[in-house]
Design a binder for this molecule. Structure first.
Ligand code: FAD
Ligand code: MLT
Ligand code: ZN
Length: 477
């Protein structure tokens, strides 16, 4: 079979999606789709396909599969590993799910919500809230990232400690397969032990096994009581001890527990308008801890203050500010959520999204920080993150006066040393951001051979022509 010409491919796409559903480079309208969030990659695409219905997605895939044309799914394009960026060939079709964005059902009695892949996460949170329910996935990018991207990266964020990752929040899935068939598994059952859990394969698959078109999600009771504190600690070990204590004392009502180093307070107060240090004196480390409950009358503030008072007495905590109103709470969270942006504004950064057992975090930070101090004079450690679930963003930023290119040129050896250290701790080199294109070699290095074999077998079984996001997660066969 002779390959189709570009013109024939474009007319095939227009037949399926209509003229509004296909963008080509002519008007310069592809640009926003071709570069990843971190500007690590810049690709090309023959066209951007913008399906409006599930039928359009399945028809598009049947056409591309028959013609051996590669497709790259894209949601909000906020991913950190280049997974949604096409390669440089100019032959791939980028499939933007943005127009597939209906909320199909909110069922407060069943505590479930069904939404299409192109729904922006914040909209799903709002729809749940309007039904007096709560959808817990929450990330700094929630105003832009989309459900399909969240499912495909198995996103984490600030509530994993209590509610789990995206995978844990899914009841059912609807997926367009490479050959154009539709896996319709959108049930809202809590229990269903009927054979293999096929849908779970697509969660965290980063668009390499199918295109997710919709999902049914778990909802929880709407949160009506909050207690939030910004506390200073001398070192990360104290933060971990504080977490254990507050979990116990509060009846396990801790929903977020974020570690923040002094340098992140300096970066956010310097670069982000309106961010202020909540405490008077400078301290080496901080914890942003939040307790939540669906019962408005729950005395969370008392519980938190009692825990902090005991911890202050024992010098586990050095100082603390408790949010007295929603404005204080928003200010604490703004400081935390804008760390990535402040890092970006400050210069080049090398990011490591790692996870180690919670109990090992202090030891890991100590050894990692020592290695950075001894080996990377042109970088400064900015280690922060979701310490309540063992996930640290063990990032390095370019030191003042350092040459950006020289600093970024250290990426390979720095990554190797940090990820090897993570492996020593039995940890993960990608806790919540995925593999994409950026970490394919890391996966080959650290995954067990049997696991890689199984991944390749699944890829071949579900996408024998290798049209789905080739080169992401796994090297093309
Ligand atoms: P995209 O970037 O568009 O795509 C990501 C991957 O999913 C790609 O491989 C793409 O091909 C695939 N994909 C997208 N849609 C589909 C679909 N419908 N079917 C199949 N495959 C698809 N991540 C966290 O986990 N935790 C955080 O705390 C966090 N904080 C962040 C803060 C900021 C400021 C930013 C910019 C990013 C943050 N991220 C975080 C990373 C990112 O937002 C998440 O990975 C998010 O889930 C990506 O969603 P997206 O819609 O932008 O996906
Ligand atoms: C975060 O938790 O802020 C992000 O996952 C990390 C980042 O943006 O680098
Ligand atoms: Zn994170």
């Amino acid at each position: 079979m002779a390959p189709l010409s570009s013109a024939q491919i474009l007319s095939g796409l227009e037949r399926i999606l209509g003229p509004q559903g296909v963008l080509t480079g002519e008007a310069g309208d592809l640009e926003p789709y071709l570069t990843d969030q971190r500007r690590l990659y810049h690709g090309r695409a023959l066209a951007v396909a913008r399906p409006r219905s599930v039928a359009e997605v399945t028809e598009l895939l049947a056409f591309c599969n028959a013609q051996h044309i590669s497709v790259v799914p894209q949601g909000g394009n906020t991913g950190y590993c280049g997974g949604a960026t096409p390669d440089e060939s100019g032959r791939q079709i980028l499939v933007s799910l943005s127009r597939l964005n209906r909320i199909r059902q909110v069922d407060p009695l069943n505590y479930s919500l069904v939404a299409e892949a192109g729904c922006v996460l914040a909209r799903i949170q709002r729809a749940a809230d309007e039904a007096l329910r709560f959808f817990p996935l929450s990330l700094g990018s929630e105003g832009t990232c989309q459900l399909g991207g969240n499912l495909s990266t198995n996103a984490g964020g600030i509530h994993v400690l209590r509610y789990g990752m995206m995978r844990d929040l899914v009841l059912g899935l609807e997926v367009a397969l490479a050959d154009g068939r539709l896996l319709s598994s959108l049930g809202t059952l809590r229990k269903d032990n009927t054979g293999y859990d096929v849908k779970s394969l697509f969660l965290g698959a980063e668009g390499t096994l199918g295109i997710i078109t919709a999902a049914s999600l778990k909802l929880f009771p709407k949160l009506r009581a909050f207690a939030t504190a910004f506390s200073a600690v001398a070192e990360p070990g104290a933060a971990v001890a504080l977490l254990a204590r507050v979990r116990e004392a509060s009846g396990d009502r801790v929903s977020s527990f974020e570690l923040i180093p002094r340098i992140a307070v300096d970066l956010t107060t310097r670069h982000i308008p309106g961010v202020r240090d909540p405490l008077d004196a400078r301290h080496p480390w901080y914890v942003l801890c939040e307790l939540t409950s669906s019962r408005a009358a729950d005395p969370l503030e008392d519980l938190l203050e009692q825990s902090l008072a005991g911890a202050l007495e024992e010098k586990l905590v050095l100082d603390a500010a408790v949010a007295r109103n929603e404005r204080d709470r928003a200010a604490f969270w703004k400081l935390r959520e804008t760390i990535p942006e402040a890092q970006r504004l400050d210069g080049g950064s090398l990011k490591h999204d790692i996870c180690v057992p919670v109990a090992a975090i202090a030891d890991f930070i100590e050894r990692g920080a020592r290695w950075v101090a001894d080996n990377v004079p042109e970088g400064r450690l900015v280690a922060y993150g979701h310490v309540g679930d063992g996930n640290l963003h063990f990032n390095l930023n370019q030191a003042p006066g350092a040459d950006r290119a020289a600093f970024l040129g250290r990426e390979g050896p720095v990554k190797r040393a940090i990820h090897d250290l993570v492996a020593d701790f039995g940890g993960s080199f990608s806790a919540e951001h995925g593999i994409g294109r950026l970490k394919v070699e890391e996966l080959e290095r650290y995954a067990a051979p049997v696991e890689l074999d199984l991944m390749r077998a699944l890829k071949h079984a579900l996408d024998p022509n290798g049209i789905l996001n080739p080169g992401k997660v796994l090297r093309p066969a």
